[in-house]
Write a protein that binds this ligand. Sequence first.
Ligand code: FES
Ligand SMILES: [Fe+2]
Length: 332
Amino acid sequence: MSDSHLPPAWVAVARASALKRKPLSVYYQGEPVVIFRDGAGIAALEDRCPHRGVPLSQGHVDGSHIRCVYHGWQFNRRGELSLMPGDPDFRPCSRQLLKTYLGCEKEGLIWLVAGEAPTGSPFVPEIHSTHAYRTASVSIAAPLVDVIENLLDPLHTHSIHAGIIRSDKKARHRCDVTVTHVRDGYQATYVEQHRQSGVLSRVFGGGIIKSVGRIRYPGIVEIEYHSARGIELAVVIYLHVREDEACQLIVRSYFRRGVVPVCLKAWVLFPFQWVTFAQDRRILELQHKTNRRAHTEPPAYIVTHCDIMRRYIERALAGDIAHTDEHKVLML
Ligand code: FES
Ligand SMILES: [Fe+2]
């Protein structure tokens, strides 16, 4: 029984450093949006000129207005036409011609939401103020729910990331899994009897006593590795949907500050991250291609009790959060 369905929430759509003087094309829930800085903050409009349909993101920013590249129509942040070159009788009018979005910039990211201003602020993890971090941006041509399931699924790591995270050739060991709810999502806590069998754990796994995978509405994944001191390493992934179901991921890796310089930790971690990401992208895009060929929408999957997070991911993405305290055992 659900406690609540959550109201619209901020979605991270780009790194703030990607938005300079020129307008930028982004996506919000699959809708093309143009964002630009207009002096009052982040302005965000539907990315389609209502005159002949050219993307406004191909245009220019002129003061607090965006100018279409084709005939030069200009719009303000409210989506109102403020200039129509060539018409001597033109008067700016207050009729809204473009769908608008609320935009803001926080902690190096640009966030959007459609409709009324949400009551909550953009989600930034607590470790943002204590840990050092690095940010990257990648995309995967696969549906959001499948991508998130992949990020939170330990059972593919033996085969797809063999040798890096776990190994198919080594004996599996008992792992106690507890799934609980958080304010805006669900989390699985994994306590393994043995250290993970891949090389990544040998490099970074010293002192790790548990790991946590979490999904938050409207599409944020957190993966944390805890020692007795707290979080040693965490990856926060902000996901949003582009056109054709492809997903954009803004990936932030957080490192505990300590004796080993963070730049060195990042330098060691990133090649592993890049290889595992490429392995996941390959299998996800293959999965998506095969499902499209099968013409079943949504795909007809067998979801077993071992696919621990699947239904929680679907519920979290719908903003459907209910009390949960579930215990399971997996062999990992
Ligand atoms: S298409 Fe934009 S001004 Fe004509
Ligand atoms: Fe993976």
